[in-house]
Design a protein around this ligand. Structure first.
Ligand SMILES: CC(C)(COP(=O)(O)OP(=O)(O)OC[C@H]1O[C@@H](n2cnc3c(N)ncnc32)[C@H](O)[C@@H]1OP(=O)(O)O)[C@@H](O)C(=O)NCCC(=O)NCCS
Length: 143
């Protein structure tokens, strides 16, 4: 099945926020609306959504990463498909759209960091041609 995959609009905020909650990052609609607007205006990152049956059922966030030590690359900063719709190709379509987004911008690499506890996500990415190149500790310090 081929679904409508497109750039997120501010009016997608409610659906996108609900899905963020499923990913473990709950967020209210107004906050999500502001975040989508910021992403749209940034010029270097975007949120893409997959719509099925009139609602957004999944989203992916992509960004261009520019660092001193690397050529610019694309990083997937989040991917979620509605739990009722998993295993029905929405995730693969979103990753394909992210790769097209990167290629349109002249980028030749896509990176995604996935928590090691997400075992199915690892298999999902490997099936799409991604390989694990690094395993890292993540440090946070609250100021
Ligand atoms: C990982 C995820 C985005 C895949 O999207 P999807 O639409 O279910 O994927 P597709 O239908 O295109 O591909 C199905 C494959 O995804 C993988 N998969 C991962 N989690 C799955 C789930 N909960 N249900 C079904 N398939 C899942 C499997 O490898 C599956 O293949 P299989 O049926 O042979 O086991 C989605 O399952 C999800 O949102 N999971 C929870 C959040 C998450 O892990 N996000 C990625 C963090 S980086």
């Amino acid at each position: 099945m081929k679904d409508d995959v497109r750039r997120a609009e501010p009016d997608d905020a409610l659906d996108v926020a609900e899905l963020a909650g499923q990913l473990g990052y709950p967020c209210d609609e107004a906050t999500m609306r502001a975040r989508i607007e910021l992403a749209r205006e940034s010029g270097f990152r975007d949120v893409l959504v997959a719509e099925r049956e009139g609602r957004v059922r999944g989203w992916i966030e992509v960004a261009i990463v520019e660092l001193i030590a690397n050529d610019p690359f694309c990083e997937i900063h989040g991917l979620i498909v509605d739990q009722e719709y998993r295993g029905t190709s929405l995730g693969s379509q979103l990753v394909a759209a992210a790769e097209a987004w990167a290629a349109e911008r002249g980028l030749d690499r896509v990176r995604v960091r996935s928590n090691v506890v997400r075992d199915r996500a690892r298999k999902f990415y490997e099936r799409l041609g991604y390989t694990v190149t690094k395993v890292a500790n993540v440090f946070d310090k609250f100021l």
